[in-house]
Design a protein around this ligand. Structure first.
Ligand code: PLP
Length: 407
């Protein structure tokens, strides 16, 4: 008799986005004449940069000709893209990352979800709260947690991110092995300073732990004092894996391209206490279970690093940041306490009431959809997340309506 992986039965059904959709549908049924503006989603709304589209087209044409056609490519990604990444995203910032430490993939979601496979089932895992749910759920699936009780999985070391610590969690006061960090953060939009990140790197070295650093929103950083990569921090090569994505900087959410950096010094230990480098294991996993991102998509991603691509990506992210600044300014004017919105497309707003109650209020009174913070974890209760991924016109109208409803 076939038995299932019972860890899957521990997973809490995620009703967040289906609940939102249901409440919006109910509202629209009751008020067919009222237009709803969505500031709830994490998906981008603007088209791919011109440079990427042109490179995409050229590559598709190559695929249409026997002389230039390409079949399976290298699983880790084509050299042209990995070179461009190493040069622009790391060496230009003084971070020493080599081409063969970069693994191109079809998403930071898959990579942040899959990476935990390399580590033992009894690894002690530290996960932020509130959180991008993939880190938590994939560890539940792997059996690294106990059952769910009182809003949390037993056995997880939760890293509370709250007003009290300015949404940068404190170092845990118990031993941990795997540490998930995400900055600029989803959902809070908070950032981490060089000194704070250095403290985490030192902690990980001390603990013989590994940091899984999700930098999917790196391109929204405008404050020059903030680190763009964990490898800007001394000693990080030994204790950090970094995840990046083309989804939010270049609008690749539907096109799919991302990458993961695994430095050769990153280590985990076997049961005999021998040092085992993580790099060959990730390489092995990647080559066994993944067959590469399509050639045209990698050419489109490479174009992000061209001179015109860089200018277009900047223009794209600047436009979202303009929306974010507008949202943050309007909510502050209304007297709300918030974080994010300056180096991030997300604004995390303290509503001083139940997250869903605030959601309903904005929907009913303003016709604006947000994301209730409680959907991202226990520490998200009382908050809502507004997202800058929309047109400036929609954002302006939404904030005008919120002003009218809440002032
Ligand atoms: N990491 C974080 C923190 C995210 O918010 C998202 C998407 O919203 C991802 C990763 C997923 O990125 P990708 O589109 O590359 O899978």
């Amino acid at each position: 008799m076939l038995k299932i992986n019972e860890n899957y039965l521990k997973l809490q059904a995620s009703y967040l986005f289906s609940d939102i959709a249901r409440r919006v549908a109910d509202f629209q049924e009751k008020h067919p004449d009222r237009e709803v503006i969505k500031l709830g989603i994490g998906d981008v709304t603007r088209a791919l940069p011109r440079a990427c589209v042109q490179a995409f087209h050229r590559a598709v044409d190559e695929m249409a000709d026997d002389a230039t056609f390409r079949g399976y490519g290298p699983e880790q990604g084509y050299e042209f893209l990995r070179q461009a990444i190493a040069e622009h995203d790391f060496r230009a910032r003084g971070a020493d990352i080599s081409v063969d430490e970069i693994f191109v993939s079809d998403g930071a979601k898959c990579d942040t979800g899959n990476i935990q496979e390399l580590f033992s089932v009894d690894a002690r895992v530290a996960i932020p709260d509130p959180v991008y749910p993939v880190y938590l759920d994939t560890n539940v699936m792997a059996g690294r947690t106990g059952p769910f009780a009182d809003g949390r999985y037993q056995g997880v070391v939760y890293l509370d991110s709250m007003r009290e610590n300015n949404y940068v969690p404190a170092l845990p006061d118990e031993p941990v092995d795997l540490i998930y960090l995400c900055f600029p953060n989803n959902p809070t939009g908070s950032t981490i300073s060089r000194e704070q990140l250095a403290a985490w790197v030192d902690f990980a070295r001390d603990q013989k732990a590994l940091i899984l650093f999700d930098a999917a929103y790196e391109s929204f950083i405008r404050d020059d004092s903030l680190p763009h990569s964990i490898y800007e921090i001394e000693g990080a090569r030994e204790v950090a894996i970094e995840f990046r994505s083309f989804s939010k900087n270049a609008g690749f959410t539907g096109t799919r391209c991302a990458y993961t950096v695994v430095p050769k010094e990153c280590t985990a230990w076997d049961s005999a206490g021998n040092r085992q480098p993580v790099h060959p294991l990730w390489n092995r996993r990647h080559c066994t279970k993944f067959n590469g991102v399509s050639y045209p998509v990698q050419r489109a991603a490479e174009a992000v690093y061209s001179e015109e691509g860089q200018a277009q990506v900047r223009e794209l992210t600047d436009a979202y940041l303009r929306n974010a600044a507008h949202i943050a300014g309007a909510m502050r004017d209304l007297g709300y306490e918030l974080v994010g919105g300056d180096n991030s497309p997300y604004i995390w707003i303290w509503g001083d009431r139940d997250s869903w109650e605030f959601f309903d209020l904005l929907l009913e009174k303003a016709g604006v959809v947000c994301t209730p913070g409680a959907g991202f974890g226990k520490c998200g209760q009382g908050y809502i997340r507004l997202s800058a991924f929309n047109s400036f016109d929609n954002v302006s109208r939404a904030m005008e309506r919120i002003r009218g409803a809440l002032a």
